[in-house]
Design a protein around this ligand. Structure first.
Ligand code: 6PG
Length: 467
């Protein structure tokens, strides 16, 4: 009997996807470039519907047609190498799916190359980390709709399920699935950084212990901030280091890495004129964190304000921080979803914003209660320019801006850096300003470069002889 699907790339994510598929009744052929990972997986999966192959042609020939092949290979050149190795054995109508964090432009190039050979290509965003891959991730497939139809029964089955709905929906053509995953990761960076800033305020300015902060995050997770990232933050703060007995967080070096997707999100936003300041600040916060040695040196040279010793009303300020975090989150998601909307218009993708919010409710790293509200918002107003101006969010930020302003000012006055909280406030205030200072910029540009300007009262472009 032929295998119903094949998985190539048996690192943790690939192995878990294969196990997930097998647990849902698929007969899964597996192949890895090196033999060790295949043996490792097969050694642990006796009795399950997982069948190892050690030659790529044997792997391909074991699959029922049209063949469905899922790649869980490191993004970049390795994907091209695997595709080149596969193609000689494939037939028109077969489908290759790339489930890694590939750049959407690479996906578009591969799509075009394979389409000319009659092979279907889907760029599939997968979120949820190792556990999600095994138990049900959020899945964002992009490519031709008829090609998606061939694999939809499997993808919807292995996805996370929320209210009996699979967290997998057809996103749109060509690279749109990987694009949606890329911006998901940009939002993820911002969300993580906002949480880290709330933690810093609680720790440094309110002087709370790690355990007390864990309690606060647990409480927040019961309310409108309910989300996977808040939940794991509470769990992280509870964890003790086995060597020193200290909270583990206190022995983890404060230097953050990144694999590229957040950076791509910012680059794409900058290239296409999309204001994505919160997401970009979260990326820069990672870059500054990596200058650890310089920061240690600079602390001895550069002075800040004396840390304000005034004691703050604890309960009141915890509520301000909660509001600041929620509003920061609204602003960050508003930027991410604006990036979806503007890019969708640019490429004619027609991204289903309502459904994207729905499939983010389960499986993925940014899963959160308030994605329900985002989805309902786009259901009611599909062409909404910005989430901030939707009635629910406008009302929320009207109320919560007080908290964000208080926390941002108090943090700045205490010398605590708040890249994302302050960028959120700046974004909010800039977005709601009808007459900005860009008129002065235009005048300066015209003064030194004769770049011309538009007037508020007459049509056309004008130049002034300023001297
Ligand atoms: C997910 C994650 C996942 C991963 C990224 C980001 O949605 O499951 O986003 O794709 O964690 O690799 O990692 P970096 O922080 O290293 O860029």
């Amino acid at each position: 009997m032929f295998n119903t699907i094949g998985v190539i790339g048996l690192g943790v994510m690939g192995s878990n996807i294969a196990l997930n598929m097998a647990s849902k009744g698929e007969q899964v052929a597996v192949y890895n470039y090196t033999r060790d990972l295949t043996d490792n997986l097969v050694g642990k999966t006796e009795g399950q519907l997982i069948y190892p192959y050690y030659k790529i042609q044997d792997f391909v020939h074991s699959l029922e047609t049209p063949r469905k092949i899922f790649l869980m290979v490191t993004a970049g050149k390795p994907i091209d190498s695997v595709i080149s190795a596969l193609v000689p054995f494939l037939e028109a109508g077969d489908v290759i799916m790339d489930g890694g964090n590939s750049h959407y432009e690479d996906t578009e190039r591969r799509y075009d190359e394979l389409k000319s050979k009659g092979i279907g290509y889907l760029g599939i965003g997968i979120s949820g980390g190792e556990v999600g891959a095994l138990n049900g991730p959020s899945i964002m497939p992009g490519g031709d709709k008829d090609v998606y139809a061939k694999v939809a029964p499997i993808l919807t089955k292995i996805a996370a399920q929320v209210d009996k709905d699979p967290c997998c929906v057809y996103i749109g053509s060509k690279g749109s699935g990987h694009f949606v995953k890329m911006v998901h990761n940009g939002i993820e960076y911002a969300d993580m950084q906002l949480i880290a800033e709330a933690y810093t305020f609680l720790r440094k300015r309110l002087g709370l212990s790690v355990n007390e902060i864990a309690d606060i995050f647990e409480t927040w997770n019961q309310g409108e901030l309910n989300s996977y990232l808040i939940q794991i933050t509470a769990e992280i703060l509870r964890k003790k280091d086995e060597i020193t007995g200290l909270p583990l967080i206190d022995v983890i070096l404060d230097k953050t890495g990144q694999k590229g997707t957040g950076k791509w999100t910012s680059i794409q936003a900058i290239d296409t004129g999309i204001p994505s300041s919160i997401i970009t600040e979260s990326l820069f916060a990672r870059y500054i964190s990596s200058l650890k040695e310089e920061r240690v040196y600079a602390e001895n040279i550069l002075s800040g304000p004396e840390m304000d010793q005034r004691s703050l009303d604890k309960d009141l300020w915890i509520e301000y921080i909660r509001q600041a975090l929620y509003m920061g989150k609204i602003c960050a998601y508003a930027q991410g979803f604006t990036q979806y909307k503007m890019t969708s218009e640019l490429y004619g993708w027609d991204l289903p914003l309502k459904d994207i919010a729905l499939i983010f409710r389960g499986g993925c790293i940014i899963r959160a209660e308030f994605l329900n509200v985002i989805s309902e918002t786009y259901q009611a107003q599909p062409n909404l320019a910005n989430l901030l101006i939707a009635p629910y969010f406008a009302e929320k930020v009207k109320e919560y801006q007080i908290g964000l302003r208080k926390v941002a000012c108090e943090g700045i006055n205490s010398g605590i850096s708040f890249p994302c909280l302050s960028a959120s406030l700046t974004y909010y205030d800039s977005y709601r300003t009808d007459i900005s200072n860009a008129n002065l910029l235009q005048a300066q540009r015209d003064y030194f470069g004769a770049h011309t300007y538009e007037r508020t009262d007459l049509a056309g472009f004008f130049h002034t002889n300023w001297q």
